[in-house]
Ligand binder design. Structure first.
Ligand code: SF4
Length: 206
């Protein structure tokens, strides 16, 4: 049977594969067009997301919308999801076993959407591609892996809590259009290659 985003969403809403289904009001599979060039992956649903079944609503969602406007995009142009699709109680961090249990949904979404660029928001989604990297060192450095760009960024909620991160996040966002234009000419990184921590941030990938 052909896989679809709607099928994944239905499965998420009925899933009991990890403990997070106990704290779920509504599952939050993700939202956006199946042909999106950009896919944002955050951490997990918060209070408002859990109530509405939509990712990135509330203050962090408003800020994400603002960031998208900086580069002439709206959220309808992108697919937005999280590493776990149900709310961790009390907004705690998702546990490794919960991320692992939910991984197959994210894998299927990536296959179906096949985005040119995956933007990881925060360290939990970054860790899937760069498990030992520190976000403070590698944010804003794109790597081409598996035929697409993986671009780590701070989570918008982190920038709301720590205003000094806002200019960094906004600068990283402003580079998205140029990176998208370059994506086909960027060399593939080695499978285990992480963004270099000690180098100055790259303004161009070459
Ligand atoms: Fe299932 Fe993911 Fe929800 Fe856990 S977080 S219950 S794996 S959909």
């Amino acid at each position: 049977m052909t896989d679809t985003l709607e099928k994944i969403a239905e499965e998420v809403r009925a899933c009991a594969a990890c403990e997070l289904h106990h704290s779920r009001a509504l599952g939050v599979p993700g939202v956006g067009p199946a042909n999106a060039e950009i896919m944002f992956i955050g951490e997990g649903p918060g209070f408002h997301e859990n109530q509405q079944g939509q990712p990135f609503v509330g203050a962090a969602g408003d800020y994400l919308n603002e960031l998208l406007q900086l580069i002439g995009l709206s959220r309808q142009d992108t697919f937005i999801t999280n590493v776990v699709k149900c709310r961790p109680p009390g907004n705690r961090d998702p546990l490794p076993e919960e991320i692992e249990a939910c991984k197959a949904f994210l894998d299927r979404q990536i296959v179906l959407i096949n985005p040119k660029m995956i933007i990881t928001l925060g360290r939990y989604s970054m860790a899937r591609w760069f498990p030992s990297a520190r976000i403070s060192k590698v944010h804003g450095q794109a790597r081409r892996m598996g035929g697409r760009l993986i671009y780590p960024m701070y989570h918008p909620a982190a920038a709301l809590h720590q205003p000094s991160l806002r200019p960094l996040l906004e600068e990283d966002f402003r580079r998205i259009p140029e990176l998208l234009r370059q994506v086909d000419s960027i060399a593939e990184a080695a499978e285990d290659e992480e963004p270099p921590e000690e180098q100055p941030r790259q303004l161009s990938l070459f």
